[in-house]
Design a protein around this ligand. Sequence first.
Ligand SMILES: NC(=O)c1ccc[n+]([C@@H]2O[C@H](COP(=O)([O-])OP(=O)(O)OC[C@H]3O[C@@H](n4cnc5c(N)ncnc54)[C@H](O)[C@@H]3O)[C@@H](O)[C@H]2O)c1
Ligand SMILES: [Mg+2]
Length: 340
Amino acid sequence: MLRPLRLLLSGLQTQPSRCCSSFVSRMRYVNRLKEDDEACTAALKDGSIFLFHRLSPLLRCTDVGTFSPATLTCSDVQSVLQRLGSDGSPLKEAVLIGCSEQNQAQFCLDVGELDQAAVEEASQGTFIDLRKAFFLLPAAEAPLVSKGQALLRWHQSTRFCGASGQPTQRNRAGSQRFCSSSSTVYYPKMSAVAVALVSDGKRCLLGRQPSFPRGLYSALAGFCDMGETLEEALCREVAEEVGLEIQSISYSSSQHWPFPHSSFMLGCHALVSPAHTQLCVDRSELEDARWFTVDEITRALQVKPRRGDPPILWLPPKHALANRLIREWVEQQWQSEGGA
Ligand SMILES: NC(=O)c1ccc[n+]([C@@H]2O[C@H](COP(=O)([O-])OP(=O)(O)OC[C@H]3O[C@@H](n4cnc5c(N)ncnc54)[C@H](O)[C@@H]3O)[C@@H](O)[C@H]2O)c1
Ligand SMILES: [Mg+2]
């Protein structure tokens, strides 16, 4: 029997479609929720919510001592709000983050106006500063939390239109804000950053900023200027920071990086001529930059730094794209040595 068209459409609004691969249907579902306020309101009722308090995510400690983001249902959050005397209106501020593999829409919500300790008690979790939380979470879960925080931060800083000075209004999903006075649409934005692991074929180049923890060296990085390509940004940054000219670049991978604000990190391997490796470090940007052999890097990758240890070489944590670039380089060096 044919179902009425209206019923079919309302079914489509609340659940991912089953006509395509589960990935395709989830992506289309999230896209629909961004465009359809009613569908998004319905999805929130059945969705999961990650709470934040003044941009710090709510985490729970598992029985085995690991951490995970506290996932609450909409009714969990409603009962927490009720217990704290709130009328439930903060739920309207929830922002869509994505959709789980179980087809459940995921939202984030900042309850910074409520008492932090009272929310922690009612929701059985702890709000932890993202700088700490990011590294406590498993690598698979940290990006979801950092995406939630980035979206909440963007909403908090885009309340007014830069053209008219009037308040902006958000759509239901929180994927855009609109100023009816100037007709400007605002979308969440992030800064592009180029990161390069520079090599001369045998050694790799790492640098440290004065603000880094003692002993930490990382790949060179810099914000892309307006109008620059990724390649131009990498060549300029490496020239500015260490005075070298890059000969060739190969793209590796990218990542969203929440610190200090949302950055879109684009990671590459860069080669300089072994005949021109003399460093001329710009001390206003870097405290130090050095060439490291594959043996030094391999040893450093095996060391687990402990508080109070003497400052040996420390590499960026596993969650960071720079760590991935360093590992890729080491693997490539061992492969080419094995093959030689
Ligand atoms: N995830 C990783 O593996 C990884 C590795 C290296 C660096 N990073 C991140 O990359 C970012 C950039 O690296 P950097 O500090 O060497 O950059 P950088 O060398 O461009 O120097 C930073 C300076 O650039 C200026 N700047 C220009 N555009 C900016 C913008 N859009 N936002 C902020 N400042 C801007 C500011 O004066 C700032 O002090 C840092 O936030 C760092 O945390 C991440
Ligand atoms: Mg830099």
